[in-house]
Design a protein around this ligand. Structure first.
Ligand SMILES: C[S@@+](CC[C@H](N)C(=O)[O-])C[C@H]1O[C@@H](n2cnc3c(N)ncnc32)[C@H](O)[C@@H]1O
Length: 350
């Protein structure tokens, strides 16, 4: 990942470039390492930050820079850059992409700065696969209608995980007509509980910066933060937005801890599930403790006829684990291990 705020922009860009390169995004890697060199030599990138001093202290500098340029390529205002970005149907010529990006930056410093200031935001629907399997495991143990609450939901693509089609090596689940078919790579056999009767009777979600995936502007926002090399991921996002648009969901703008309150208190005749993915990284230690405290307080009220589950896809020991805890009984297990975007999943028995 990118070097922390406090390092120079050149160092932060260079670190993010190395990460992009390792993650199979050579055009983004080249854009960032060229921008780092340009900054170090006092070129247009240095000028860009000199004119907007406050931007140097914003986190995720490389991601912001790439997304600002990507927005202009995607919306047609930087056609010379788009001609070299795979996401825009371009030829993937990385040096030519940098030449075009540099020229565009020279002419559009103010616009790129405005875009740079946006809060980085992603919503990865591929995470729905391990989350769905975890949810099915919870329903298998407590076959009741589900009340699903997601915190840090972004555009709510994973909150609508039941509207996608899933096709594993030896199994499938969901509507074959769904606009999104997920075929994440798997190992470790076949997930369990696929036959559990999932019915989501109630769903609610919050985010500090909620996005409405039925709106073009919010879809474009999410697209822009996907690296321009990742055409497959862009298609997955477009397909997920199309499928999810059929499931109404209003995502409240709220801090997760404040929003939860007593909201997910177990209720008779339903399985109450709290879910989150790739979000606890953004919480302070005090917020994490408050989240656990909320969960513990609600879990004390769980009964056989009012069960509760906590399903999360979060970082553990250098990778991501999908972990499920069920109450009553505080029965806990790991459903799957994977990379950050759940592209390669190892199934475990929860
Ligand atoms: C990396 S994104 C993950 C989004 C989504 N869960 C997914 O897996 O695709 C993290 C999300 O958490 C949200 N977030 C961070 N801190 C939050 C908080 N205290 N309360 C609510 N949402 C928060 C961010 O706005 C962002 O949308």
């Amino acid at each position: 990942m990118e070097a922390a705020v406090g390092h120079t922009i050149a160092e932060r860009f260079e670190r993010q470039a190395t990460y992009c390169g390792a993650m199979g995004a050579p055009v983004c890697a080249h854009l960032l390492s060229s921008a780092a060199l340009d900054y170090a030599r006092g070129g247009v990138v240095r000028e860009f930050f000199a004119a907007h001093k406050e931007m140097e202290t914003l986190s995720r500098a490389g991601i912001r820079f790439l997304a600002a340029l990507h927005t202009c390529a995607l919306d047609g205002s930087a056609p010379a850059l788009a001609a070299h970005l795979p996401s825009c149907g371009g030829d993937g010529d990385a040096p030519a992409a940098w030449t075009a990006a540099r020229a565009f930056l020279l002419e559009n410093l103010q616009r790129v700065a405005r875009l740079y200031n946006r809060t980085p935001q992603t919503n990865e629907p591929a995470r729905s696969m391990p989350l769905l399997v975890g949810l099915l495991a919870a329903v298998q143990a407590s076959p009741l209608p589900v009340r699903l609450f997601e915190i840090g939901a972004s555009g709510g693509l994973n909150t609508r995980l039941d509207c996608y089609r899933y096709e594993g090596g030896t199994w499938s689940w969901g509507d074959p007509r769904s606009a999104l078919v997920l075929r994440n790579r798997e190992r470790g056999g076949r997930p369990l509980s696929l036959g559990a009767p999932l019915h989501i009777a109630e769903r609610a979600a919050c985010d500090l910066h909620p996005l409405d995936i039925t709106k073009d502007a919010d879809r474009r926002y999410l697209r822009s933060f996907i690296w321009a090399d990742q055409s497959e991921r862009l298609k997955r996002l477009a397909d997920a937005c199309e499928a999810a648009s059929n499931v109404p969901l209003s995502i409240e703008k709220a801090d997760a801890i404040e929003w939860l309150g007593e909201r997910f208190r177990p209720r008779e005749g339903a399985l109450t599930v709290l879910m989150h993915s790739a979000m606890t990284y953004y919480l302070t230690p005090a917020q994490r403790a408050a989240l656990r405290e909320r969960i513990g307080r609600n879990a004390e009220r769980a009964r056989a006829r009012a069960p509760m589950a906590w399903l999360r896809f979060e970082e553990e020991a250098g990778g991501m684990a999908t972990r499920l805890t069920r109450w009553p009984g505080a029965i806990e297990g790991v459903v799957a291990r994977s990379d950050g975007h759940a592209q390669g999943i190892e199934w475990l028995a929860p």
